[in-house]
Design a protein around this ligand. Structure first.
Ligand SMILES: Nc1nc2c(ncn2[C@@H]2O[C@H](COP(=O)(O)OP(=O)(O)OP(=O)(O)O)[C@@H](O)[C@H]2O)c(=O)[nH]1
Ligand SMILES: [Mg+2]
Ligand SMILES: [Zn+2]
Length: 294
């Protein structure tokens, strides 16, 4: 009997860094991104559109992203969001559970395999035929700081940003509003790192949309009234680099909590507790990026 030739399926590759991978690998051996992203992308027959959220440690990336994904799954503003793979639900699930228990979620671990990745199919309310396959990992601020200080410490970050269609830069409005220059300096470093990655032709402005989200604006509500004016005053270095190098950027105020209480944790440190969750300005930056990508 003639033996039937079997054609081996192509080897899976990493969606983030393009490295070839073993069939049964859980994470990419090169950059640590979950291989589930590849298997979902194959099922979609479309490359995902990556939007990366960057920002210093403790600015509120996990809280913001978890709240955003939850609002989208609840069809806020008529967006339809379907998680691709159950792992995508872990981030909003964790954040909403903690907030429901009047606590903030723990900080994100530096190890790449501990990050929560979200892969959602989003349908635009005004144009149902337009579908975005959004991939948004929740990175650790410390990993980002290490990568910015010494590029290629975390190859996954550079690879991710290199493939991103847009980025959200989160900054701490509350710390900046009390006069600290730290958030402004860190954001300036990050923007010059992003400039290096998104740079196309020399001297041309960078067109990749960057939404700058000023988090914890509940501490400084003037940030909501006029985000650009707030940025010019409190993030002047950041404003200037955006103005001179980026063609497509916008500033937004955002906050997740309505009121805070203070108490002590097990080590007797004073920590804030979210008494009342009242998201404000969460969808706007995301909408702005989607509209810039249309
Ligand atoms: N007042 C206020 N505080 C917030 C808000 N969002 C986050 N915070 C505070 O900021 C802290 C850090 O938030 P995270 O979302 O864990 O910060 P992160 O950017 O993910 O930090 P890393 O995981 O270390 O990179 C929380 O524990 C809260 O104390 C907000 O909307 N309002
Ligand atoms: Mg985090
Ligand atoms: Zn990889």
């Amino acid at each position: 009997m003639a033996r039937q030739a079997t054609i081996a399926p192509p080897a899976p590759y990493c969606i983030v860094c393009n490295a070839k991978s073993a069939f049964d690998a859980v994470a990419c051996a090169e950059c640590g991104a979950p291989m589930a992203l590849y298997h979902e992308a194959v099922a979609q027959e479309r490359e995902p559109c990556i939007i990366t959220v960057v920002g210093d440690s403790n600015v509120g990336k996990t809280v913001y992203l978890g709240m955003l994904l939850d609002m989208l799954s609840k069809r806020a503003d008529d967006y339809e969001a379907v998680p691709k793979g159950a792992y995508s639900v872990n981030l909003p699930h964790t954040v909403i559970s903690y907030l429901g228990a009047r606590q903030f979620p723990p900080k994100t671990a530096v190890e790449v395999d501990e990050w929560m990745w979200a892969y959602y199919q989003i349908t635009h309310p005004q144009n149902r035929s337009k579908v975005f396959d959004l991939m948004m990992p929740d990175m650790a601020g410390e990993a980002l700081a290490a990568e910015v200080a010494a590029p290629s410490t975390f190859t996954v970050i550079r690879a991710l940003l290199g493939k991103s269609a847009g980025a959200m830069l989160l900054v701490d409005a509350a710390v900046a509003a009390v006069g600290s220059p730290q958030p402004d300096f860190f954001a300036l470093k990050l923007m010059s790192y992003l400039e290096g990655i998104f740079q196309g032709k020399r001297r041309k402005l960078i067109t990749t949309p960057i939404a700058i989200v000023m988090c914890k604006a509940d501490y400084c509500p003037e940030c909501f009234d006029d985000p650009r004016a707030f940025a010019k005053t409190n993030f002047n270095r950041l404003w200037n680099i955006c103005d001179s190098r980026f063609a497509n950027f916008e500033f937004f105020g955002a906050s997740v909590v309505g009121s805070l209480g203070y108490g002590s944790d097990e080590s007797e440190n004073v920590v804030p507790y979210p008494l009342h969750v009242a998201p404000r300005g969460i969808l706007e930056p995301f909408e702005w990026i989607l509209n810039s990508l249309k």
